[in-house]
Write a protein of this length. Structure first.
Length: 22
């Protein structure tokens, strides 16, 4: 579960950098 959350968190961070506002 920790790995999944980490992966999701990283994905969200990248998405935020690409599309600030989410």
């Amino acid at each position: 579960a920790e790995r999944g959350m980490s992966s999701l968190s990283e994905s969200v961070a990248i998405a935020r950098q690409c599309l600030p506002g989410i």
